[in-house]
Write a protein that binds this ligand. Structure first.
Ligand SMILES: NC(=O)c1ccc[n+]([C@@H]2O[C@H](COP(=O)([O-])OP(=O)(O)OC[C@H]3O[C@@H](n4cnc5c(N)ncnc54)[C@H](O)[C@@H]3O)[C@@H](O)[C@H]2O)c1
Length: 349
């Protein structure tokens, strides 16, 4: 039986608590520490032992795993303190505000010998797993472009996410997930990055960004996150030399269109459109195409904690490793550099 204590019992931590309660027999959330007395009161109401200081929480040893789920600027300090105090540590994403911070955390984990991982739960999202299945099994042939998007409409960034000092903004908030998925899926180095960040309605941090990067294998990846996109585009869109895939939203409607053959075995004709005649952009004859349903995948965010427990028990290899999240953070730093310079940057990520 493993026991977990939480630092920062806010919205996401409460989700961790309820999800663990509903899904695990060998993991129990038992304690919490928060700077906000109201959150401590809620922790008590939810059956947890609530600690009023971090020192008392860390000295208690009533649990073997610590989850750090505070705003991003406190991750590094709490992760290092929890590792030093003898705990295995899971940290919410983004793991750190910089590669420098992460290297400090990683060195502490290596020196103390405890498990250290990051809650990149969206590696188990259904839309991502469908995209990955299509990619891995060559359903669209050899991909040359992949677009990943999340569009909101509210035009609002909430609470601490509005502030730079807290690690706010959409690159850190959603970008970290979408970049993590793309690096997890495509096994190739990232050789260049172009990013443009905007503060459309949130003065201090980015509430919209577009990132384009190039893998060494030639694939172009695009990530777009916006909080004020009143017309929304699909969650995923990718093209390969044998077809294309679209996944519309988190409900995972969509389709794959692929060619029955790749040879030019029909007579191209000129079509008349409202924008003039074209042969190059004329539609392909329907009988050369086939529409396939999206592949079925079974996935659950609970796989994350299953892997943490099994790794601690020596029954599995850690899935969300520190080198994998370090690549994501390096790419995020390249985004900020590209935005600041107003040009693309060469990378070796
Ligand atoms: N993986 C995901 O899908 C996901 C989703 C949402 C949030 N998150 C991450 O979880 C973390 C928390 O986000 P949230 O949405 O729960 O925020 P939140 O504001 O709801 O919760 C943060 C909690 O931390 C507490 N806190 C603030 N400063 C503290 C300090 N110095 N010491 C102790 N407690 C402190 C606050 O009182 C609050 O209860 C962030 O890193 C965020 O990026 C991850």
């Amino acid at each position: 039986m493993h026991k977990l204590g939480i630092i920062g019992y806010g919205g996401m931590a409460n989700w961790h608590h309820q999800s663990i309660k509903a899904n695990f027999k060998d993991l129990e959330v038992v304690a919490a520490y928060d700077i906000d007395p109201e959150r401590l009161e809620l922790a008590r109401k939810n059956g947890l032992k609530a600690y009023e200081t971090a020192d008392d929480f860390l000295a208690s040893h009533e649990f073997d795993i610590v989850l750090v789920a505070t705003p991003n600027n406190f991750h590094c300090d709490y992760v290092c303190r929890a590792l030093e105090a003898g705990y295995n540590v899971v940290c919410e994403k983004p793991v750190a505000m910089s590669v420098e911070e992460l290297d400090k955390m990683d060195a502490t984990a290596k020196r103390t010998g405890h498990l250290f991982s990051v809650h990149q739960n969206r590696r188990w999202d259904q839309d991502y797993r469908i995209m990955k299945e299509a990619y891995d099994t060559g359903m669209i042939g050899k991909p040359f472009t992949i677009e990943s998007r999340v569009h909101g409409q509210g035009g609002m960034v909430h609470g601490w996410r509005e502030f730079k000092v807290a690690g706010g903004g959409m690159v850190f908030d959603w970008g970290v997930h979408l970049i993590d998925q793309l690096l997890d899926m495509v096994d190739s180095k990232v050789v260049s990055v172009y990013a443009n960040l905007h503060s459309v309605r949130t003065p201090e941090v980015d509430d919209y960004f577009k990132l384009v990067f190039r893998y060494e294998n030639g694939i172009t990846a695009q990530v777009e996150v916006g909080t004020f996109n009143l017309v929304q585009l699909p969650r995923w869109y990718a093209c390969g030399d044998g077809g294309a895939i679209v996944i519309n939203d988190w409900d995972c409607s969509g389709k794959i269109i692929h060619t029955r053959d790749t040879v030019m075995n029909w007579e191209p004709v000129v079509v008349q459109t409202k924008a003039g005649p074209t042969r190059t952009m004329a539609p392909r004859p329907a009988d050369t195409l086939e529409e396939l349903p999206l592949p079925k995948v079974e996935t659950s965010w609970t796989s994350y904690y299953r892997n943490i427990i099994d790794t601690i028990d020596g029954k599995a290899e850690l899935i969300v490793t520190i080198p994998s999240v370090r690549r994501v953070l390096r790419l995020i730093e390249a985004c900020f550099e590209s935005d600041e310079k107003g040009e693309g940057v060469k990378t070796d990520i």
